[in-house]
Structure formats: structure tokens, C-alpha cells
Design a binder for this molecule. Structure first.
Ligand code: TAP
Length: 453
């Protein structure tokens, strides 16, 4: 059985570091330590827990450049994106550092006594992180979980463990006890599976593929274990003829090719009103050719490589030789898992590239006739995570936003994530919400206590 994993730089295919893989026995031992550490962490006064989270945020702030460079090497993210990602961990920690003193109960009038509720932490929380955004997605799980008084075991993706390992060191430097926040690099089928099966883990937070998410939900059902699931997406970017077409076309590449399209919020289906289709495509072509693909450590680079050779092969399978490619951007030749930004124009939504989550820099553009058609086409998927609507008509913007079955919509913008607003999916894109004012409460149980007077 393999006991270590060679972490590759996806831009060069060179080994960056060899990381030991946590075994099932080691995972059980870590869960046992987290379980033993729980009562003391739960009883840290709210103000002290808040202070420790702020110190953790300060340690991340002081390490942003180092964390960002690690992510460039490990994940091929552009340096600009990687700095944002490390900054997001700092922001999320600061935001949830305000939670310990605000997890309030209620006093509810009852006859014959006093009735109060308490927000109790759950115990050990297992966080399973994918490779596409190793830092932010880890923080969205561990920050609110720790703030609410839980201990955390976290499994980074096997391909991208380096920043998570560093975050655990920074937590320790900030004074968070070792067993309160543990990072366990390893395989999903070993470490992640123990989070699902082990009785002391009271909640699993999973981000990744819908297929594995379903398995995790089924596994957790055996113990009625709590789950939060953030899964895939096939997100529509709906462009109406009355929109600012120049801006819609100039920004469309960044709505899908950011992070090389390896983003559950990628707008990988562009629906364009038929009367504006030709003009939109004329504007889109130079915008796609303008995307700077190359060395992710270079400040000017806008798109790096894909995460692995296997993932590049999967993305390429969506663009066979006879695929209806309209135009392509450029990508470096030679070593590295490169794939050029690619625009395809399938005749309808039945083509796999228009129907499935590609998770790479490939976008399908399909025309629609009327507003109702756009809503129907955007909803013709089992996913429901994000999407964009481009129009100058505010009434239409809200009608369409209410009609699209999706958790995060933007009008005249492609941004989906703000740490102080809720994020999550409809339908098979997930269960529960991360971020925003209610996420810490998702790591608590409500206890009701009646005192007879
Ligand atoms: P997954 O296989 O879903 O992996 C996500 C995380 O779950 C990883 O940490 C993985 O560990 C772990 N895992 C795998 N099997 C598990 C199991 N049986 N029990 C518990 N944990 C398990 O995703 P992937 O292989 O990285 O990517 C496959 C596809 O998923 C992508 O092409 C994309 O479509 C989608 N995806 C979606 C997202 C988001 S944000 N929605 C993120 C990543 C991928 P290992 O690292 O050991 O595999």
C-alpha cells in the first residue's frame, strides 16, 4: 500500500514535495484526539475563542505571499488568484471570529416555568476539500466550525495538500491547540471515508463532485450524521439583446476560464438572445484570444494549467476532433497540463459540452429566442449552483433571477462569492449553505431547556 504521494507542479510536471498519506488507523487516532479535545475547546470563553480566531487570521495575513506562492506551485493558480484565495481565508476567519459571542439562544414564553434555547456545538467536524480551491473551501468549513466550538479534522485533496498543511501550522502558531484543528493529507477512500463512518465525527462538510457527494450523503445517512454538500454546477450566463453587449462579451471569458474553468461556479453555458448572437460572437472572439495563458507565477498571467494529466484528458474528451469549435485561445506547448480556452457552438443543449459540467476552459454558446426560453434552458440541468443575467431591464433581471433554479445569481456581473453572503446550491448542486451570517449556526444543534417555576 502506498504511504506517500508526490505532489506535482501542474505547470511543469515536476515533483514539488512528497507528502505522507494518512492511514485509516492514523485517521481514527486523530479523530479520537479531536473528540478528547472537544470539551475543553467548547468551554473556552466566547471572547477567548474569538481572540484565537483573530490571531489565526493575523497569522494568515502575515503569510499571504508564502501561501499564495505555495498554491501557484501546487495547483497552478495564477499568483493574483492565489493571493485572493489566501486573503479569503483571513477574511473568513475574521468574519467568523465575531460568531462565538453572537451564537445566541432564545427565551420563549411558556406557562409554569422558563424556557430557553442554547446553540450547542456538535463535536468533531470532518471537512473534505477538493483540489480546485484548496484554501478558500477549507476556510469556509473550518472557520465557522471552530467558531461555534467544534473541533475539526480536515482532509485536503490528495493532489493539493500543501496550503492546508501550512494553515494547520499557522493555527498552531496562533495558539489554537493541536488537536482542535488537524489536517490529514490522504486519500478520499481512506481518510474521507473514515470521516463518514467514524461515530465520533458528528458532521461532514464536503465539496467536490456530485457523484462522491451522493456516496457521502448515503454513508452519513446510516448514522443520521449532519452533512453540508457543495457539489458541481452547469451554470448559465444569460445574455439578453438589451444588455451592454460589449461588457457582457468582454467579461464572459473570465466568467468561465478563471481558474482554467475548474470552478463549480464557472459559467460554462452562454445563452445569447438570437437577435444579438452574431454581434456577441464577434465581440467574444477577440476577448477569448486576449486571455493570457501561461506561467501562473507571472503577474500578467490570467489562466494557468489544469490540475493533472488525467483531468486534462477528461476535459479534452468534451472537445473531440469533430466538435463544433468556433474559436480557441492559445496555451503553451510542452510540459505542463495546458488546455487552451475553447468556445464551442453546439446546435442544442443535448450535446455533452452544453449539458455536463466540463470543469475546464471550455464554454458552449447556444442561442435562445425569448425570456421564457432562457429560463427553461438554464434550468435544463440537475445542477443549480450559480449563473449570470445580462440585461438593462431591472424587472427582467429579477424575473429571470427568480425563475432560474440556482443558489447564487449575479446580474451584469460574474461574481458568486462574498464571504458575508450565503453560498450554496439548489437541486444536485448541494445541500445547506456556507458563508454568510448563518453558516456558524449550521455547526450547532438547538437545545431546548424548560425550568419549572
Ligand atoms: P472528488 O472525487 O469528488 O473529490 C473531492 C474530495 O473528496 C477529495 O478530497 C477526495 O479525495 C475526496 N473523496 C473522494 N472519494 C471519497 C470518498 N469515497 N469518501 C470521502 N471522500 C472522498 O472530486 P475530484 O476527483 O477532485 O474531481 C472530479 C470532478 O468533480 C471534477 O472533474 C469536477 O467535475 C468535480 N469537482 C467539483 C468541485 C466543486 S467545487 N463542486 C470541486 C472539485 C471537483 P482525493 O483527493 O483522495 O480524491
Amino acid at each position: 500500500m502506498t504511504t506517500s504521494f508526490d505532489v506535482l507542479n501542474p505547470a511543469t510536471e515536476e515533483v514539488v514535495r512528497t507528502v505522507p498519506l494518512t492511514s485509516a488507523e492514523e485517521t481514527d487516532a486523530a479523530i479520537a484526539r479531536a473528540h478528547a479535545a472537544f470539551p475543553a475547546w467548547r468551554d473556552v470563553t466566547p471572547g477567548d475563542r474569538a481572540r484565537l480566531l483573530r490571531r489565526f487570521a493575523d497569522a494568515v495575513e502575515a503569510d499571504i505571499e508564502h501561501l499564495a506562492r505555495l498554491e501557484v506551485e501546487n495547483s497552478g493558480h495564477t499568483i493574483g488568484n492565489a493571493r485572493w484565495e489566501a486573503g479569503n481565508v483571513r477574511d473568513v476567519l475574521n468574519y467568523y471570529s465575531a460568531a462565538p459571542e453572537r451564537l445566541l439562544g432564545k427565551q420563549i414564553p411558556v406557562p409554569g416555568g422558563i424556557n430557553v434555547t442554547f446553540s450547542e456545538p456538535l463535536g468533531v467536524v470532518g471537512v473534505i476539500v477538493p483540489w480546485n480551491f484548496p484554501m478558500p473551501i477549507a476556510g469556509w468549513g473550518f472557520a465557522p466550525a471552530l467558531a461555534a466550538g467544534n473541533t475539526v479534522v480536515l482532509k485536503p485533496a490528495e493532489l493539493t495538500p500543501l496550503t492546508a498543511i501550512r494553515l494547520a501550522e499557522l493555527a498552531r502558531e496562533a495558539g489554537i491547540p493541536e488537536d482542535v484543528f488537524q489536517v490529514l493529507p490522504g486519500k478520499g477512500s481512506v481518510v474521507g471515508q473514515r470521516f463518514v463512518d467514524h461515530r465520533a465525527v458528528r458532521k461532514v462538510v464536503f465539496t467536490g463532485s456530485t457523484e462522491v457527494g451522493k456516496q457521502i450523503m448515503a454513508g452519513c445517512a446510516a448514522q443520521v450524521k449532519r452533512v453540508t454538500l457543495e457539489l458541481g454546477g452547469k451554470n448559465a450566463n444569460i445574455v439578453f439583446a438589451d444588455s451592454d453587449l460589449e461588457k457582457a462579451a468582454a467579461t464572459a471569458p473570465y466568467g468561465v476560464f478563471d481558474n482554467a474553468g475548474q470552478d463549480c461556479c464557472a459559467r460554462s453555458l452562454i445563452l445569447v438572445q438570437a437577435s444579438a448572437y452574431d454581434r456577441f460572437m464577434d465581440l467574444l472572439e477577440p476577448a477569448v484570444h486576449g486571455v493570457v495563458v501561461g506561467d501562473p507565477g507571472d503577474e500578467k498571467t490570467e489562466m494557468g494549467p489544469l490540475i493533472s494529466a488525467a483531468h486534462r484528458a477528461k476535459v479534452a474528451s468534451y472537445v473531440p476532433d469533430d466538435a463544433p469549435v468556433a474559436f480557441r485561445g492559445t496555451a503553451p506547448e510542452g510540459r505542463g497540463f495546458w488546455f487552451p480556452p475553447t468556445v464551442v457552438t453546439p446546435p442544442d443543449l443535448r450535446h455533452p459540452v452544453a449539458a455536463e459540467e466540463v470543469f475546464g476552459p471550455v464554454v458552449a454558446v447556444v442561442p435562445f429566442a425569448e425570456e421564457a426560453d432562457a429560463i427553461r434552458m438554464a434550468n435544463a440541468t440537475e445542477y443549480g449552483l450559480s449563473g449570470s443575467i445580462w440585461t438593462r431591464d431591472a424587472g427582467r433581471a429579477f424575473r429571470v433571477a427568480r425563475g432560474v433554479e440556482s443558489g447564487n445569481l449575479s446580474v451584469n456581473s460574474h461574481s458568486s462569492v462574498r464571504y458575508w453572503t450565503p453560498f450554496g446550491g439548489f437541486k444536485q448542486s448541494g445541500l445547506g449553505r456556507e458563508l454568510g451570517p448563518d453558516a456558524a449556526a449550521a455547526f450547532t444543534e438547538t437545545k431546548n431547556v424548560f425550568l419549572s417555576t
